[in-house]
Design a protein around this ligand. Structure first.
Ligand code: UDP
Ligand code: MG
Length: 313
């Protein structure tokens, strides 16, 4: 008998707990035929609604349903990590609670791992139907940018929905960093990976838990975690500006010595102000970039736990 562990991060998903269970269990027969048990672990990421009660209710009826509950909201990345740490499955799959990751794909994913010899099966949505256009636009820009800057491939439209073997899970868990960006880590650990594509599905019930600002910060985390190119760019711009400055210094000295200076000296202030503003802007930007890396290093060095569990069933 093998075990398939399903990890579901939940943050205020009371309307979706039951629906998710129902949809997932539609695959029960498929897995039973193949001698695979299912365990369903809801990771409650500090919900303030009835999520926990809903999971407990399910657990009363079906002991395969389990709960890991955080003491507060630690973010989806922490919930994923906690889930991976807690489950014992030979196969592990991560899924969203809102049914945007169709459970109907599970048999196909399982077959790819079991019969075709893949170590992990990932999913990506081929479109972003139903998403606000501005969000799609920035998402696309982000993927273009990060793939230019990082050696680890981060696929546009990739979901966290992924079925993994035990070996793959252990590899992901061995990446101990605090500032986690799973989409990058999954690629970074390597192994043989298959992609399955599907049409975007809209959230079943409730609202998205990611505000634009939260996504923006997540995008920055991703870039800082998987690329040091911004630091190189900052240095490069600094060096270029030094050359420009040097050129002007020489120009001014030569003009002063051979042509007796600028007769309109007093008119130079406007360009001077522009140059000072530009140079100080670039300096602040570079200090900011440096600060991003420093702050991440700071958090990393503190070695705080990624999450704190309040209750476990
Ligand atoms: N989620 C979480 N913690 C958070 C935000 C989200 O565990 O701080 C969960 C959420 O409950 C859902 C999944 O992560 O199961 C994806 O979130 P959502 O559907 O809101 O994101 P979207 O699909 O809009 O990108
Ligand atoms: Mg969603």
């Amino acid at each position: 008998m093998k075990l398939l562990s399903v990890i579901v991060p939940c943050y205020n998903e009371q309307e979706n707990i039951q629906d998710f269970y129902d949809e997932l269990m539609k695959n029960e027969a498929f897995f039973k035929e193949r001698d695979v048990d299912i365990e369903l672990v809801y990771v409650n990421d500090g919900s303030t609604d009835k999520t926990v009660d809903m999971v407990k209710e399910l657990n009363n009826k079906d002991k395969r349903v389990k709960l890991v509950s955080f003491s507060r909201n630690f973010g989806k990345e922490a919930a994923i990590y906690a889930g991976l740490e807690k489950v014992a499955g030979d196969y592990v799959v991560i899924m969203d609670c809102d049914l945007q990751d169709p459970p109907a794909l599970l048999p196909e994913m399982y077959k790819a791992v079991e019969e075709e010899g893949y170590d992990s099966v990932a999913t990506r949505r081929v479109n972003r139907k139903g998403e606000p256009p501005i969000r799609s636009f920035f998402a696309r820009m982000f993927y273009k940018l990060i793939n230019k800057m990082s050696k680890t491939e981060i696929v546009d439209g990739a979901r966290d929905y992924r079925l993994m073997t035990r070996q793959f899970v252990d590899a992901v868990l061995s990446v101990k960093e605090y500032n986690r960006f799973s989409k990058g880590i999954f690629g970074w650990v390597g192994f043989k990976n298959k992609w399955i594509e599907f049409e975007n599905v809209e959230r079943r019930k409730g609202e998205t838990k990611w505000s634009f600002w939260k996504l923006f910060k997540y995008a920055l985390d991703g870039i800082v975690a998987f690329s040091t190119i911004p630091l190189a760019v900052a240095s490069f711009v600094g060096v270029m500006l030094c050359f420009v400055a040097l050129f002007f210094i020489i120009f001014i000295i030569v003009r002063q010595c051979f042509f007796g200076g600028d007769p309109h000296d007093v008119f130079g202030w406007a360009s001077m102000v522009c140059i000072i503003l530009f140079a100080s802007g670039v300096q602040l930007l570079c200090v900011g970039i440096l600060g991003q890396y420093l702050s991440k290093t700071y958090l990393e060095v503190k070695k705080r736990p990624l999450y704190i569990v309040k209750e476990e069933i």
